[in-house]
Design a protein around this ligand. Structure first.
Ligand SMILES: NC(=O)c1ccc[n+]([C@@H]2O[C@H](COP(=O)([O-])OP(=O)(O)OC[C@H]3O[C@@H](n4cnc5c(N)ncnc54)[C@H](OP(=O)(O)O)[C@@H]3O)[C@@H](O)[C@H]2O)c1
Length: 391
């Protein structure tokens, strides 16, 4: 069944019957297979997006709950980082607001930003974009980098001192144009501040009604437990995808035990798992991927085996590698909610379509068997950034 018409009972779109013509217009995916300079097929989907004719907005996608917290969000969220400053480009701000609103119209209710994106510009963009439907969405943002709260200047390193968190949160509320932050993450664990103090600072904000839920990012099992003992943690946001599976060993069981949801970031491997990148791809000087070891041509030669795997499954399911990468994450646990990022409407619709892709036990076993034969080459961050994870 085509993903646009599949209605999943486990983790897909809500069981809404749209007339097939309308459905076809909204999400008509045409697979084309352009060829890269190496002759490797690259996969791309052309999606014709239309606003729903019946005017229903914001609720078309099945929801998931992050852990035991009761925080309900759309099965697929939207990562907004790339809308201001990632991957070597600075997209046109005016063009990003309609993308965020289109996401909401298509059922996305979970939007991810951080004070560090910009800094500040991303929160301002998201606040403006969601203003017309603020109360119907969940906004997640993050503190933790040492950013001057007045100027937005990066001062270098981390800062999770309680007094800084308090001031940072006020700035976030102002930029988001909101009286509350639905989910506030610590972006990276600060080794200079005891986790109990960080959790206590967020707890104070929760008691004041300025924050609803507490989250961590790239934290170790020990940090998660220490934080959770003070203030219940709703979600961990860490990198997780078919080529980044380190947290399966200890983190996932801990999250399951404590009832904490997982929000996988870079769920498309920063674009790699979509099939749009190969060993001949060059990155702009400002694109972080140019400095990430696993994107080096020699590493990609091996790593592309995973893209071949996704493409093979995608062909069988009549979907795309990006959709299989997201559907695979959704199939791991019912409390996993990926936040793919994109600056393009067609890709937004493609990614949302992943919520309707049902992977069978056979599909999942096939993926496991083949993935087990591929040893991913290269770290997922340059050394100086790797050091900030898992603390
Ligand atoms: N907590 C943290 O430390 C942390 C770190 C990184 C990211 N994040 C969050 O996670 C979100 C997502 O992560 P990410 O942006 O790093 O990586 P990602 O979602 O894995 O990939 C984004 C990249 O893939 C491309 N893309 C998206 N959909 C595609 C599709 N269907 N086909 C082909 N290409 C596609 C995008 O390009 P186009 O824009 O051109 O479509 C962009 O280059 C971010 O927006 C941010 O909110 C958090």
């Amino acid at each position: 069944m085509h993903p646009a018409t599949a209605v999943s009972s486990r983790h897909g779109m809500r069981n809404v019957k749209l007339p097939s013509t309308d459905m076809g217009r909204r999400l008509r995916a045409t697979r084309v297979t352009p060829t890269s300079r190496t002759g490797r097929p690259l996969f791309r989907v052309l999606v014709t997006g239309r606003r729903r004719a019946d005017g229903v907005t914001g609720d078309a996608m099945r929801k998931r709950t992050l852990g035991r917290s009761g925080l309900e969000v759309s099965t697929i969220g939207l990562g907004c980082m790339g809308m201001t400053d990632a991957f070597g480009q600075r997209p046109d701000r005016a063009a990003m607001i309609p993308i965020i609103r289109a996401a909401f119209e298509r059922g996305v209710t979970f939007f991810d930003t951080a004070e560090n994106y910009g800094p500040f510009a991303n929160e301002e963009l998201l606040g403006e974009a969601v203003a017309p439907f603020r109360d119907q969405v969940v906004i997640a943002t993050k503190f933790g980098w040492n950013i001057d709260p007045a100027t937005g200047q990066r001062l270098g390193g981390l800062n999770s001192r309680p007094e800084h968190i308090k001031v940072a949160a006020e700035g976030m509320l102002r930029r988001l144009g909101s009286d509350r932050i639905d989910l506030l993450y610590q972006h990276r664990v600060d080794p200079d501040v005891p986790m109990e103090d960080v959790a206590g600072a967020v707890q104070a904000l929760i008691r004041q009604g300025k924050v609803r839920h507490f989250g961590l990012s790239e934290a170790s099992v020990s940090s998660i437990r220490r934080a959770h003992a003070v203030q219940s943690v709703t979600a961990l946001q860490s990198e997780y995808s078919l080529w980044t599976r380190e947290l399966e060993a200890e983190i996932l069981p801990t999250l399951e035990e404590l009832g904490i949801g997982l929000v996988p970031y870079s769920p498309l491997g920063k674009g790699f798992l979509t099939g749009m990148i190969d060993a001949t791809t060059t990155f702009a000087a400002t694109d972080l991927r140019g400095r990430i070891p696993r994107f080096a041509p020699e590493a990609l030669t091996v790593n592309l085996g995973l893209v071949d795997l996704l493409a093979r499954i995608a062909q069988r399911k009549r979907t795309t590698p990006a959709q299989i990468a997201l559907a695979w994450l959704l199939a791991q646990k019912p409390w996993i909610v990926p936040i793919p990022g994109t600056t393009k409407l067609a890709r937004l619709e493609e990614n949302i379509g992943a919520a309707s892709v049902e992977l069978t036990t056979d599909d999942l076993q096939d993926i496991e068997r083949t993935a087990a034969t591929i040893t991913v080459q290269g770290e997922r961050y340059p050394e100086e950034l790797m050091k900030l994870s898992g603390r």
